[in-house]
Ligand binder design. Structure first.
Ligand code: ACM
Ligand code: ZN
Length: 562
């Protein structure tokens, strides 16, 4: 990985060109003037801001100033009154200790000066909503019992503590009232563990990051051409063979260079359960992605009968789209149903992601099984055959009580009756699906692909897949397209940031690409548009990002100079 040294205003002096030198000097003066104005403007703006304007990411729906300060220290009591779940309690105790070196002083009854958790009297309150009331004589977090509201109130309290910590390790929290609830139901971040594999500890760290910014969905991309990463007991070769490749691409795709190192790894079912539990304790649902009918090379390398040709192939070393895909014969459906049966048992969330993207139809055109299927089912073409494939899988998942979601190619040839669509090739797939009254998660390449560059010039950045999605464009993203009527808009469940890892080699690089863009996305997903403000967000981000330092998060730092 390249060093993250950013030359914000590169000036290349050509000594022989005096005219150019003068122009450059002028540009430099203008730049200094601009920087001065910006600093002045930021100063004026921040002088007018209330303390609570400078604290939270994502910005809450309502923050009201109150008078005074609450002093929090090791002698502050915590009264949970049996309304916190054990998971919330364990999380809170752990993070106070790790992040703030603060002891837990549990009270059996509430005393003034303590922090207390109260069950909301309003039983109609959103399960993710909360109120945080910081007063000089106590702090109260109110939410529905059993929902995520307490957890999100805790996140706000933690951000407030980080903002108010003095050097002696105690805290002077500005008094305020916060009333908050999220804008969207699907607040997602994705991670591809196939192109590069990441250890379990990192998956947990990633989930911790999601939790801090109130994401509630972790989309775990578990199977692809370059590796099958989930243990399936009935088909052990999926991981014995499919989880390993005999080399990886080095550098840019255009160079077509490869090493010859055996590369791979997978998660056992016990590890998957551990991740699902860890995420659930942080109010995050894990959506597994099992790719079909394309991006199936690793599975076919393990079980060649799964393809149309039956040829023995190798787990892919290159990135791309490959012609070897699942055949549409019955034995493949039998196989996939048995795989999905194990997957369904591991992931308690509503949704299973079945991929559905980038499936070349070449082999289907020449396969006697696929052509017979086409005739028997009276299908017009191979697009309808893909639709048949996806509908048949949806039928199976629905019969197991699960909902299916897929990339927007699942619209081609006709959408499965209950499917949700993840719109990645822009927003048009999402718009079409919403008009058909199907649920949609917006994840357009621009700006939701965090494997794209985040800063220019690209030559100063670690090699990435291409594209350019700077922090500002993520912050400006609006998941609900204007093209939709009010009744269609309600099909937009939310949005998601995607971290594909062809060019992302290790956890540190994942962090670099994901943070702070995911912080900007968190505000897109949580905060009502009227409460968003780019300059204010940048200021909060600069102040709050230090919260990640004890976790040793390798966030990209360009914005600190913005
Ligand atoms: C995708 O990026 N192929 C969904
Ligand atoms: Zn076939």
């Amino acid at each position: 990985m390249q060093e993250n040294i950013i030359n914000y205003f590169p000036i290349k002096l050509n000594k022989r060109d005096n005219k150019r030198k003068t122009q450059i000097t002028m540009t430099k003066k203008r730049r200094i003037r601009f920087q001065f104005c910006f600093v002045l403007l930021s100063y004026v703006l921040s002088a007018q801001l209330q303390p609570y304007d400078t604290i939270f990411i994502p910005q809450p729906a309502v923050t009201e100033k109150a008078n005074g300060v609450f002093y929090l220290s090791n002698s502050t009591g915590w009264f949970t009154g049996n309304v916190l779940t054990q998971a919330d309690l364990d999380y809170l105790r752990g993070i106070l200790n790790i992040q703030f070196n603060l002891k837990w002083l549990e009270l059996s009854t509430y005393k003034p000066g303590a922090i207390r958790f109260t069950e909301a009297s309003d039983t109609g309150m959103d399960l993710e909503a909360y109120e945080l009331n910081i007063a000089p004589d106590g702090i109260e977090i109110t939410a529905r019992k059993g929902g995520a509201g307490f957890f999100y109130g805790i996140q706000c309290l933690l951000q407030c503590m980080a903002a108010s910590q003095n050097h002696a390790g105690s805290f002077a929290l500005p008094c305020m009232k916060v009333k908050d609830a999220p804008r969207f139901k699907w607040r997602g971040m994705h991670l591809d563990v196939c192109r590069h594999f990441f250890p379990l500890d990192f998956i947990k760290k990633y989930i911790d990051l999601l939790a801090m910014y109130k994401f509630n969905t972790f989309h775990w991309h578990l199977t692809d051409d370059q590796g099958w990463r989930i243990e399936i007991k009935k088909f052990p070769k999926l991981t014995e063979v499919g989880a390993w490749r005999n080399g990886s691409m080095l550098g840019a795709y255009a160079d077509q260079n490869f090493d010859t190192l055996r590369y791979g790894g997978f998660y056992t079912q016990d590890e998957i359960r551990e991740v699902v539990k860890y995420a659930a304790q942080r109010h995050i649902v894990v959506v597994p992605e099992i790719e079909m009918p394309g991006h199936a090379v690793a599975a076919i390398a393990a079980y060649p009968f799964l393809s149309c040709t039956g040829r023995q192939i190798q787990v892919e070393k290159a990135w791309g789209v490959f012609n070897e895909v699942f055949c549409t014969k019955d034995s493949v459906f039998d196989f996939l149903e048995q795989v999905l049966e194990e997957v369904v048992a591991l992931f308690p969330g509503q949704y299973i992601h079945i991929g559905g993207d980038e499936c070349p139809k070449l082999n289907w055109k020449e396969c006697r099984h696929c052509q017979k299927r086409l005739r028997d089912e009276h299908l017009k073409d191979e697009h309808e055959l893909q639709s048949y494939f996806v509908k048949r899988i949806e039928n199976f998942l629905n019969s197991k009580g699960k909902k299916m979601i897929g990339w927007d190619e699942i619209l081609e040839g006709g959408l499965a009756p209950n499917a949700a669509v993840m719109s990645w090739r822009g927003t048009s797939g999402g718009i079409a699906a919403a008009k058909l009254k199907h649920h949609v998660v917006m994840s357009p390449g621009k700006p939701c692909y965090f494997d794209h560059y985040q800063y220019q010039p690209k030559t100063n950045e670690p090699l990435a897949i291409g594209g350019y999605n700077p922090l500002d464009s993520v912050y400006a993203f609006e998941p609900v397209p204007k093209e939709l009527s009010a009744s269609e808009q309600k099909y937009i469940l939310g949005a998601q940031g995607n971290v594909w890892t062809e060019y992302i080699l290790n956890p540190k690089q994942v962090e670099y690409m994901a943070v702070p863009r995911m912080c900007a996305l968190s505000e897109v997903l949580w905060t009502i548009p009227e409460r968003k403000n780019r300059i204010n967000f940048l200021m909060r981000l600069k102040r709050r990002i230090k919260m990640l330092d004890p976790m040793q998060v390798n966030y990209a730092k360009h914005f600190l100079k913005q």
